[in-house]
Design a binder for this molecule. Structure first.
Ligand code: C5P
Length: 218
């Protein structure tokens, strides 16, 4: 695989709805990094399974993933709870992870030339996809706060779901993602813990920016 030299790489792992996407996007914009929310790829796979159940196999998936573009990943239908739950079940399958792995490596190590580097967030980014990242963060928040944030997001999208259902679903997804054998969510020793429970978006951004600038300015 082609790797660009001297690029800035940021790796983030986090449980569902902890704010990693918001922070990842803000940090990427600030440092001109190519940002990839890898959860969206697993969600896209779940979406394909729900919409093309008869065609869904590894060959179909490989062809869809190889022609994946930003528009596919910004599809609002990927944000539903149903898609998130199925994504977490499909993400346990080794052959599926293998297909996604290659794509993530390309974006992490060979981002488009106009970017200074890359920032990926997901579940196994800090130890499997970009183990040599310049900065590693584990972003988390209290489960009730996470459920509240996701509930608000889904309400804004006019989804008919209760807070209780969202909480239950996030709990189930945490359990799946933390306990699975393949690529479980974990905080590596070299990742910095950022707890966003009592921090707003701006405060999270500034906290991470301070950490990055301190090292970059050396
Ligand atoms: O981040 P998001 O909640 O959208 O991810 C959906 C699901 O995709 C997660 O619950 C997780 O099971 C899976 N995932 C993964 N590895 C990643 C990113 C997401 O297994 N790197």
């Amino acid at each position: 695989m082609k790797k660009r030299k001297n690029i800035l790489k940021i790796a983030i792992d986090s449980p569902a709805a902890a704010g990693a996407g918001t922070i990842g996007r803000a940090i990427s914009k600030h440092y001109n990094l190519f940002y990839l929310d890898t959860g969206k790829i697993y969600r896209y796979i779940a979406y394909l399974k729900l919409n093309f159940p008869k065609k869904f196999n590894n060959k179909f998936l490989k062809s869809k993933i190889s022609s994946l573009n930003k528009k596919d990943l910004s599809n609002k239908n990927l944000l539903t709870d149903e898609v998130g739950t199925l994504a977490s079940l499909l993400a346990k399958i080794k052959s599926i992870r293998k297909i996604v792995h290659k794509l993530q490596l390309t974006f992490a190590y060979n981002p488009p030339k106009k970017y200074r580097g890359s920032c990926l967030d997901g579940r196994d980014i800090t130890y499997k996809i970009v183990p040599d990242a310049d900065f590693k963060f584990y972003i988390t928040a209290n489960i009730k706060i996470r459920a509240q944030r996701r509930f608000k997001e889904l309400k804004n999208l006019k989804k008919n779901i209760s807070y209780g259902e969202v909480l239950k679903s996030i709990k189930k997804r945490d359990k799946n993602d933390l306990n699975r054998k393949v690529s479980p969510l974990k905080k590596t020793k070299d990742s910095l813990l950022i707890n966003t429970t009592n921090l707003n978006k701006r405060a999270c951004f500034l906290k991470i920016k301070k950490i990055i600038d301190r090292k970059l300015d050396k």
